[in-house]
Design a protein around this ligand. Structure first.
Ligand SMILES: Nc1ncnc2c1ncn2[C@@H]1O[C@H](COP(=O)(O)OP(=O)(O)OP(=O)(O)O)[C@@H](O)[C@H]1O
Ligand SMILES: [Mg+2]
Length: 232
């Protein structure tokens, strides 16, 4: 589905991503784990077209998307739920959801129902200003808004950040449900334990380089991963 080759990204001469190669197979959940500053968000932002790479290429279903604009990339079926949620606080839940579908001209009815089925809480609160939602509800809205573009692949940057354990569990359940419904997932998480539990494939990113690869289960059992990322 998604292929990243030799990707390098620099900010003003400092290389944040130092040549990474990885794949996200169709209908799978893939996770990238790594410490703060390892280059996880930079990688996702580059794939989404928000940052231009210094080197390397990105293919989506065989098509080179490396130099496409962010909105072209969304229209090809790849969407990003950014770190920190970034909902529009003064707009209602419904208005935020409609913004996620801004590139589409067909009816939104089915997708709105799909998102409301996944997140009944958003339906109840569709007229509420997004800025007054709880943190967990804002994360649901950020995911729902991304789904309104009808993605083939959704990338999520730390969806569990700052949320209570019970809410985190809900978000992970939804990620799996979205995946069961056919959407490929590329997930970044500080919560490596939970991410690896649901991931088909995991990659460990260390200061701009991939240091380890394996199935979620293999990485959970890996001694180096346990020490560095699982707190045990
Ligand atoms: N806009 C920017 N300008 C300059 N440097 C940046 C910019 N964005 C990120 N960086 C730097 O690039 C490196 C990788 O940052 P990135 O945000 O990709 O890490 P991360 O793995 O997502 O970290 P975290 O877990 O803290 O979110 C860091 O050293 C960071 O300071
Ligand atoms: Mg980050």
């Amino acid at each position: 589905m998604l292929k990243i080759d030799e990707l390098k990204v620099s900010y003003g001469g400092i290389e944040a991503v130092k040549g990474i190669t990885f794949e996200v197979p169709e209908r799978k959940i893939v996770t990238l784990i790594g410490a703060n500053g390892a280059g996880k968000s930079t990688t996702l932002r580059t794939i989404a077209g928000l940052v231009k790479p210094a080197h390397g290429c990105i293919h989506l279903q065989g098509e080179d998307i490396t130099s496409l604009s962010p909105d072209r990339i969304v229209s090809k079926g790849l969407t990003l739920v950014p770190e920190g949620r970034r909902v529009f606080p003064d707009l209602t839940v419904l208005e935020n959801l409609k913004i996620g579908a801004y590139l589409r001209t067909d009816s939104l009815e089915d997708d709105l129902n799909w998102v409301y089925d996944l997140f009944p809480r958003l339906k109840e609160r569709s007229w509420q200003a997004a800025g007054t939602l709880s943190g967990g509800e804002q994360q649901m809205l950020a995911v729902g808004r991304a789904l309104m573009s009808r993605p083939k692949i959704i990338m999520m940057d730390e969806p569990s950040l700052g949320l209570a354990p019970i809410v985190v569990k809900g978000i992970f359940d939804i990620i799996q449900e979205i995946n069961r419904q056919g959407v490929t997932v590329l997930l970044i998480e500080q919560n490596a334990n939970m991410a690896l539990k649901i991931a088909d494939v995991g990659y460990v990113l260390e200061t701009g380089r991939i240091s380890l690869t394996g199935s979620g289960r293999e990485l959970l059992a890996n001694e180096a991963v346990k020490k560095a990322y699982l707190g045990s």
